[in-house]
Design a protein around this ligand. Structure first.
Ligand code: FES
Length: 395
């Protein structure tokens, strides 16, 4: 019978571990005193893929008057490929309007492949109260130079977490990340089934419908269902649904088998999407969302204003007036205080600061703050509304 040798591997481990400090010391002694190289090619590549700041130029812009939106094509100043991104990510632009220092994020609606070909596309829609979007549509003309950072964002399909079938609920301009996902699937850069319920008031307010239909005709993994909320059944063109995207419509179009529900749109529609996910018994991980605008809860915070004392990182202090129904981030921007921001919906953490005094309200959907943040009064200013006078410290 053959003998099996059991080697004392554990002994080797112990020896190697006990010698580690000696070996490290020897290596340190042998090291020449030379400055650390700053030009490693990996660092150069990282800088190219994730630059601190992007200098972009507007290549062209197409206005959709009925939809009150403009589609911008942006390229790198000086030309060349742009940093890659994942479909669903956004760019954040910083700019000044009068005394206000603003930043706004827009989802990229082009394909990740097109970034390497040298352009991104974003769509800016002007809502009834959108101060920045109106200004952008008027002022960003061909040749305008823009400062941006990103691409950032986690509203992307993660094969390890998300199901291979995605039901997307898009409200108005919330369609943009799904347009990018559809293009990524068409280009062979993503591999999942995407059914999009695309909601808008009227067909004229769906600037991406034609493109999405064209893609879905060629690609069986993609299906698009337009849903009109302001059109009666008998007035709707063929192939359109009418009404609000609620539980019944989701049940009608949801894929067979496991799926993830992705939602992007205005806050009231988000509340409906959450109820629907609950009614369908979806697991928490299978509901992914980003939303914009105020909820009824935020509006209930009331009118009126509060004073906010701001301690800046350089030790300076400023005081500004914040409206109770506007987020602290908006108050900072109006007051000319530059605060980095990204998602503007409480998830990226760029706009985090500490409240030292006073009471505030956190947007209902974002109450799941990290415990350490809650205990030490750190808030994401984009979803934090003042209730009383506040004192806050910016890092
Ligand atoms: S901007 Fe992303 S958390 Fe506030």
């Amino acid at each position: 019978m053959k003998k099996i040798k059991i080697r004392p591997v554990w002994l080797l481990d112990v020896l190697s571990f006990s010698n580690r400090a000696k070996q490290r010391k020897k290596r340190i002694e042998k090291t020449k005193e030379a400055p650390v190289r700053a030009d490693y090619s990996i660092n150069r590549l990282a800088g190219e893929l994730h630059p601190e700041q992007l200098c972009l130029v507007v290549r062209d812009c197409v206005s959709f008057e009925e939809a009150q939106g403009t589609l911008f094509t942006l390229s790198r100043k000086g030309g060349g490929p742009l940093p890659v991104f994942e479909a669903g990510q956004y760019l954040t632009f910083t700019f000044a309007i009068g005394e206000s220092l603003l930043s706004r994020s827009y989802s990229i609606c082009s394909s990740p492949r097109e970034a390497r070909e040298g352009f991104y596309r974003i769509y800016v829609r002007e809502g009834p109260d959108s101060f920045a979007a109106g200004w952008i549509r008027k002022n960003w003309k061909s040749g305008a130079e823009l400062k941006a950072h990103g691409p950032n964002g986690t509203f992307t399909m993660r094969p390890l977490r998300d199901e291979k079938q995605i039901l997307a609920l898009a409200g108005g301009s919330g369609i943009t990340p799904f347009v990018s996902m559809a293009k990524a699937i068409r280009d062979g850069l993503a591999d999942f089934c995407l059914t999009i319920l695309y909601g808008a008031r009227t067909a004229a307010q769906m600037p991406f419908l034609g493109k999405l239909r064209e893609i879905s005709e060629k690609c069986p993994l993609i299906r698009v269902v337009p849903v009109l909320s302001d059109v009666r059944d008998h007035d709707a063109p063929d192939g359109f649904e009418t009404g609000w995207i609620g539980e019944d419509m989701v049940r009608k179009y949801m894929p067979q088998g496991p799926f993830s529900l992705f939602f992007y749109g205005p806050r009231p529609m988000y509340e409906l999407a959450c109820q629907t996910a609950g009614a369908l018994g979806l697991k928490r991980k299978n509901l992914r969302y980003e939303s914009f605008g105020l909820s009824s809860d935020d509006k209930a915070n009331g009118n009126g204003s509060c004073r906010v004392r701001v301690l800046l990182p350089d030790g300076e202090e400023l005081e500004l007036v914040a409206q109770r129904n506007e987020s602290l981030l908006v108050a900072f921007e109006r007051g000319g205080i530059a605060v980095r921001s990204g998602c503007r919906s409480g998830s990226c953490g760029f706009c985090r600061c500490r409240v030292l005094q006073g009471e505030y309200q956190i947007q209902e959907s974002e109450k799941a703050r990290r415990r350490a943040d809650s205990e030490h009064s750190y808030v994401h200013t984009c979803v934090c509304f003042p209730r009383t006078d506040l004192c806050v410290a910016l890092d």
